[in-house]
Design a protein around this ligand. Structure first.
Ligand code: CAA
Length: 384
């Protein structure tokens, strides 16, 4: 392995691995059936410091580096992808955005309970007509003395039902393009803020994905995150970190599908021997291992750049693009290697296959990652 992990990083990895396999894993298949949100697990994850890992201790977090975070997130994803997406959204796009742009008051009020895992947060950017193109959003925030009045509908919001607060973006100036979008911290229970349609999804069934509806919702002006017009930048920089998380999540599910495939091909006998003895199967195992290792290097490299405080937008998109495409190939192969059994609910690979399908879609589709990567290359004057 290229990366020499520190003792601390290895310790976090091993602690989370143990927790994940003992506590999160055994009930994952059941949750996939019942769609039950693992609230109890999140409480424990909060106590273990997994819900605000990169947030400094004075704001309720662990002060861990991004490498430790991706190792931990992969371990949770290994057992339950639904649990890991909630952890990913909470840690990066919610907590880190408040850490970076929030006032001291906002950090005390929102970040401390979020980072210590006492409450769940959401990030509401997407709308029915504004997915890949968030500039096209129509939610508005109109200033009225010491309040903003929010109107609009957000869609596909992770933890929309189970969150206690959300960061929501809205237009404060229609004529100003991306500089006319602002972000707000909106607690649940405030008048005019409700949860709408709850999606019935192919995978990640224990994580709720919902519409959030704002109808003349009056938010105190002090709840604006950053300045008026900062919302697009906040979303984009939050997504940089978020995309490393989805790449780490992809890695965890791919590793689980790979391990299940090794176990199965060693024990399944056809033509008089374990199918792992057949060259056609061995080559697939070699390809899967190589793809996973390549993704791991990209994820760790993007995380290391973030830890060194270098600009990592392009590397986060590369890691997300490669790892999310990779896990879709790995889980499809895992189902194939399990033959007819892989198509049944008796084996976890069927769930891995469904769960990973969204990884190339959310937090920016593979097509959007290619736009980000090519934009970064082509606008860099150092490139020939
Ligand atoms: N960090 C900080 N600022 C950034 C940035 C970044 N990574 N990327 C862009 N910006 C800023 C730019 O600097 C620019 O601001 P200035 O003019 O002030 O300098 C502004 O944003 C516009 O930049 P671009 O012109 O490069 O942006 P664009 O409009 O051409 O393209 C895009 C943007 C990449 C296509 C973008 O719209 C995008 O990423 N779309 C996908 C959205 C997405 O990922 N949605 C997922 C929803 S969240 C989700 O899924 C969460 C969940 O619940 C799981």
């Amino acid at each position: 392995m290229l990366f020499n992990l520190t003792d601390e990083q290895l310790m976090i990895q091993s602690m989370v691995r143990e927790f994940s396999r003992k506590v999160v894993g055994p009930t994952a298949a059941e949750r996939d059936k019942t769609k039950e949100f693992p609230a109890k697990n999140f409480k424990q994850m909060g106590e273990l410091g997994l819900m605000g890992m990169m947030i400094p201790p004075e704001y309720g977090g662990e002060g861990a580096d991004t490498i430790s975070y991706v190792l931990a997130l992969s371990e949770i994803a290994y057992s339950c992808a639904s649990t890991s997406v909630v952890m990913s959204v909470q840690n990066s796009i919610v907590c880190e955005s408040i850490l970076k742009y929030g006032t001291e008051e906002q950090k005390k009020k929102f970040l401390i309970p979020l980072a210590s895992g006492k409450i769940i947060g959401a990030f509401a950017l997407t709308e029915p007509e504004a997915g890949s193109d968030p500039l096209n959003q129509t939610t508005t925030a109109v200033r009225d003395k010491d309040q903003y009045i929010l109107n609009g509908t957000k869609r596909f919001i992770t933890s929309g039902k189970n969150c206690s607060m959300t960061i929501v973006t809205a237009k404060t100036d229609e004529s100003a393009g991306h500089r006319g979008i602002s972000a707000f911290l909106v607690p649940k229970g405030i008048e005019g803020f409700s949860v709408g349609h709850i999606e019935d999804k192919m995978g990640l069934r224990a994580s709720d994905t919902t519409d959030l509806i704002f109808e003349n919702c009056r938010v105190p002006a002090e709840n604006i995150l950053g300045k008026e017009g900062d919302g697009f930048k906040i979303a984009m920089s939050g997504l940089d970190g978020g995309r490393i998380g989805i790449a780490a999540q992809s890695l965890g599910v791919a590793q689980a599908a790979f391990d299940a495939s090794i176990k199965y091909t060693r024990q399944r006998k056809q033509f008089g021997c374990a199918i792992s003895k057949h060259q056609g199967i061995r080559w697939q195992i070699a390809d899967m291992a190589t793809q996973i290792e390549a993704a791991r290097q990209l994820v760790l490299s993007a995380a290391a750049m973030k830890d060194r405080k270098e600009k990592f937008t392009m590397q986060a998109s590369m890691a997300k693009l490669f790892a999310s495409e990779m896990v879709n190939q790995i889980t499809a192969r895992a189902v194939q290697l399990h033959g007819g059994y892989g198509f049944t609910k008796d084996y976890d690979v069927e769930r891995y296959y469904r769960d990973s399908r969204v990884f190339t879609i959310y937090e920016g589709t593979s097509e959007i990652q290619r736009i980000v990567i090519s934009n970064n290359i082509l606008k860099d004057k150092r490139n020939p």
